[in-house]
Design a protein around this ligand. Structure first.
Ligand SMILES: Cc1ncc(C[n+]2csc(CCOP(=O)(O)OP(=O)(O)O)c2C)c(N)n1
Length: 325
C-alpha cells in the first residue's frame, strides 16, 4: 500500500518540520534560552510522522520523555510547544508542563511522561473509554526499548489483549536506553516477538522508513477499530544525538552515530519523491523556507511571552470534577 503523492509530500514536510524544530530547540537550549533538562528526537522523525499519518485527528497518543516530535506530528502548535519549553505563560500548559509533562488534549496528545512505560498502562484505560463510547478511535502508546523491559509494558499489553482494546503499542527501538545498549539489556532480542506471549500481532519494522511505519500502523489501527484488539509495532531507528542535551555520549562511538546519520529518514523520502518527480529543488526550498519561517515565528512568540505569575503557581494543577463544582 502506498499513499497518494500529496500524502507523501505531507509526510516529508512533517518529518522536516520535526527535524528543524528539534535542531532549533537544541541550539536554543545550548544558548541558555530554554531552561531545564530535555531529550530530543533528531533521527527518529519517521516513527512520529509515520504513526500520526496513519491516525485520525480524533485518535489519541500517549508520549514519552522524548515527545516533541510526537506532539508536532499529531498537529500540536509550534508556538504553543516552543513557549511551553521556555516555561512561558502562553505555552500549551501555561508553562507548567515543560518538555516532559506537556499535554494537548485538543489534538489527542494525552501527555509526555517522565516515567518510562507509563503510557503502556495508561493506554488500556484510554482504550476502555473508547470501547465504552464505541467511538471507533484508537490510542497509540509510544515507548522506548528500555521501557519495554519494565513491568508496566507487560501489564499494559496483557490487559489490552485480554479486553481486546484498541491500543497500538509502538516501541521506538533506538538501540540505547540512556547509556545501556539494547543488546546488553534485552532478553530474547526482539521486542516485537513478545507480542506472541499475549496472543496479539507483533511486527518488527524499519523505523527509518516512514512508509513502513505508516503501513504497519494503518493495519494496526484498522484492527483496533474492528474490535480485534491491540497490536505491537517495534520500529528500529537511531537516536542521532545524546540521550539528553549535553550528554557527552562516552558510551558509544562516533562511527556508530555517523553510520546512523547515513540512514536519514528525511533524506530517504526526499530521494523517493525526487525520483518520482513529485519534488524538485524549488519545491523543496519552498517547503523548507515555510517551516523555518514557522519556527522563527514560534521562537519570537516564546521570547516575547511572559512568565507565569507567581500567584498562578497552583492554577490548573488539579483536574476539576463536575460533581464538585
Ligand atoms: C521508571 C523510570 N526509571 C528510570 C528512569 C530514568 N530514565 C530516563 S530515560 C531512561 C532511558 C530510556 O530508554 P528508552 O526507554 O529506550 O527510551 P529512549 O531514551 O531511548 O528514547 C532512563 C533509564 C525514568 N525516567 N523512569
Amino acid at each position: 500500500m502506498t499513499p497518494a503523492p500529496d500524502r507523501l509530500l505531507a509526510m516529508y514536510a512533517g518529518m522536516l518540520r520535526v527535524r528543524l524544530f528539534e535542531e532549533r530547540v537544541r541550539e536554543l537550549f545550548a544558548g541558555g534560552r530554554i531552561p531545564g533538562f530535555l531529550h530530543t528526537s533528531v533521527g527518529q522523525e519517521a516513527v512520529a510522522v509515520g504513526v500520526c499519518a496513519a491516525l485520525r485527528p480524533d485518535d489519541y497518543v500517549l508520549s514519552t520523555h522524548r515527545g516533541h516530535g510526537h506532539l508536532v506530528a499529531k498537529g500540536g502548535s509550534l508556538r504553543g510547544l516552543m513557549a511551553e519549553l521556555y516555561g512561558k505563560a502562553n505555552g500549551i500548559c501555561h508553562g507548567k508542563g515543560g518538555t516532559m509533562h506537556i499535554a494537548d488534549a485538543s489534538v489527542g496528545y494525552l501527555g509526555a511522561n517522565g516515567v518510562l512505560a507509563a503510557g503502556c498502562v495508561l493506554a488500556p484505560g484510554v482504550g476502555l473509554s473508547i470501547k465504552h463510547r464505541r467511538s471507533g478511535q484508537v490510542v497509540v502508546a509510544f515507548f522506548g526499548d528500555g521501557a519495554a523491559n519494565r513491568g508496566p509494558f507487560h501489564e499494559g499489553v496483557n490487559l489490552a489483549a485480554l479486553w481486546k482494546l484498541p491500543v497500538i503499542f509502538v516501541c521506538e527501538n533506538n538501540r540505547w536506553a540512556s547509556t545501556s545498549a539494547h543488546a546488553l539489556s534485552t532478553a530474547g532480542g526482539s521486542i516485537a516477538a513478545r507480542a506472541a506471549g499475549y496472543g496479539i500481532p507483533g511486527e518488527s519494522i524499519d523505523g527509518n522508513d516512514v512508509l513502513a511505519v505508516w503501513d504497519a500502523v494503518t493495519r494496526a489501527a484498522a484492527r483496533g477499530r474492528r474490535g480485534d484488539g491491540p497490536s505491537l509495532v517495534e520500529a528500529h531507528t537511531i537516536r542521532w544525538v545524546g540521550h539528553f542535551e549535553g550528554d557527552p555520549q562516552a558510551y558509544r562511538s562516533k562511527e556508530e552515530v555517523a553510520a546512523g546519520r547515513r540512514t536519514d529518514p528525511v533524506a530517504r523520502l526526499e530521494r523517493l519523491l525526487r525520483d518520482a518527480k513529485v519534488l524538485d529543488d524549488a519545491h523543496a526550498q519552498r517547503v523548507r523556507d515555510g517551516i523555518v519561517a514557522e519556527i522563527d515565528d514560534a521562537v519570537a512568540h516564546a521570547e516575547a511571552s511572559p512568565l507565569p505569575e507567581p500567584h498562578e503557581a497552583l492554577t490548573d494543577l488539579f483536574a476539576s470534577y463536575p460533581w464538585r463544582d
